[in-house]
Ligand binder design. Structure first.
Ligand code: HEC
Length: 188
């Protein structure tokens, strides 16, 4: 490495005055650790900053998901929370693959319909996000005709609103893009 002119002049002056300086560039580094070059230090700092930024972003996503008041199937953190809610509360009726229970398509004038599929083959994509939210929060009964027994339970006292939006995001994430595109108008 070439010695820069400023340093050379300084060394000459120091020699004249009998001053001894510790040359910073010749410093040994920590014992037992390899000395890190200037560009190495830059890369190290840059990757630490990047890591902190990533952790911060993930944390921020999780925090904002706890306050969400919409379903966004493209939000990975919300979908992840929704998946946990789904398998904790919904899968045993609606199925691991959202396939519902056999026989749901028959006519049930008095109600007691088996769990409908929540996948794109069931009726759910035809409902607005708000309607889906309300069915999960308050159960199916308030939205059923008189005399019809609806076995979809309400989750008002078991899930908070953000968890309900998250499970809806998880369900919608399983629908093909074309289906999600088709129902965009439902939410207007
Ligand atoms: C005890 C069984 C059971 C559980 C648990 C359950 N459901 Fe249901 N759900 C049903 C039944 C039965 C229906 C159909 C009701 C009817 O149409 O008569 C239904 C209907 C629905 C519908 C309306 C489907 C439509 O478009 O008509 C949605 C949305 C839904 N469930 C979501 C969920 C979610 C999300 C969870 C978990 C938080 C959940 N359900 C848990 C039994 C269940």
């Amino acid at each position: 490495m070439a010695i820069d002119p400023y340093k050379r002049r300084q060394q000459r002056l120091d020699a004249k005055r009998g001053v001894k300086r510790v040359d910073e560039d010749a410093e040994e580094g920590m014992p037992g650790l390899p000395r890190i070059s200037r560009s190495g230090k830059f890369l190290l700092t840059a990757s630490i900053v990047a890591a902190i930024a990533t952790i911060g972003a993930v944390f921020w996503d999780r925090e904002s998901v706890k306050r969400a008041d919409t379903a966004d199937p493209d939000n990975a953190a919300q979908v992840q929370l929704g998946r946990a809610v789904y398998f904790g509360h919904c899968a045993y009726c609606h199925g691991d693959a959202l396939e519902g229970k056999p026989g749901w398509q028959q006519t049930f004038p008095q109600g007691g319909r088996p769990p409908t599929p929540l996948d794109a083959d069931g009726p759910s994509p035809l409902r607005s996000d708000k309607a889906l939210f309300e069915i999960v929060k308050y159960g199916g009964q308030p939205y059923s005709p008189r005399g019809y027994r609806n076995d979809m339970p309400g989750y008002e006292h078991r899930l908070d609103d953000a968890e309900i939006w998250a499970v809806i995001a998880y369900v919608q994430k399983q629908w093909p893009d074309a289906v999600r595109e088709e129902r965009r108008d439902l939410n207007r």
